[in-house]
Design a protein around this ligand. Structure first.
Ligand code: ATP
Ligand code: MG
Length: 198
């Protein structure tokens, strides 16, 4: 065997040992709180990907979508067909929100559904898509969100998506990923594509 090959083999063995040690040490079993934030594309798709993964393993899953728009209908169709509870914010809160009063009312209604989900110990995985905006706009108080997350069933996992996740949410989470925008087709004038962007 060449020197280069030998060195590669030794390095890989060391790496494998380090990974095996880490796997052996990871003994805690609990539901996870995952936050996917940042300005790049891929937050909601990551959240829905996790739900698809859960459904594939027969987990009982639920989704609350805080921003209603035609861009996210694809996931809804698929998941409701597969027995996933789906709640969408009433008035269709969007980026160019106009009416604070009706938005607050709609946010309150869907958040009450979320509180029920976060108390339901038959639910194993919950996606709160675009929840971060409700906190930013103060449509749902941070305190209520933190309390509900803290009191949820121990084996229930929750995925929260949306830009600019609040610092306290990040502190509370077990896993946090920030999706950074490197480039996006929209900036060069490409239209959002059905099945890819929504
Ligand atoms: P996706 O749903 O594709 O995972 P996302 O959840 O990360 O995206 P959002 O901020 O929720 O991003 O925006 C949803 C829509 O906006 C999608 O159609 C997505 O392609 C588009 N989008 C996401 N990031 C950007 C960006 N940096 N510039 C322009 N459009 C974006
Ligand atoms: Mg999104």
């Amino acid at each position: 065997m060449s020197d280069k090959n030998e060195r590669h083999k030794a390095r890989q063995e060391k790496l494998k040992q380090a990974v095996d040690d880490k796997i052996a040490k990871a003994q805690t079993v609990k539901g996870l709180l995952i936050v996917i934030t940042g300005n790049g594309k891929g937050k909601s798709t990551s959240g829905f990907g996790t739900v698809a993964r859960g459904v594939g393993h027969g987990l009982k899953c639920a989704v609350a979508q805080f921003i209603k728009g035609n861009w996210e209908c694809g996931e809804r169709e698929l998941l409701t067909r597969n027995g996933v509870d789906f709640h969408v914010m009433g008035t269709g809160f969007t980026w160019n929100t106009q009416d604070r009063e009706s938005d607050t009312q709609a946010a309150e209604e869907i958040w009450l559904e979320c509180e029920k989900m976060l108390q339901d110990d038959t639910l194993e995985l919950v996606l709160l898509d675009e929840l971060t905006y409700m906190i930013t706009y103060d449509y749902v108080s941070l305190e209520r969100v933190i309390t509900a997350l803290n009191n949820r069933p121990p084996m229930q996992s929750v995925v929260i998506t949306g830009r600019a996740a609040h610092r306290e949410l990040i502190e509370l989470a077990d896993t946090v990923s920030e999706v950074r925008n490197v480039k996006h087709a929209f900036d060069s004038g490409v239209k959002a594509l059905k099945g890819v962007d929504w």
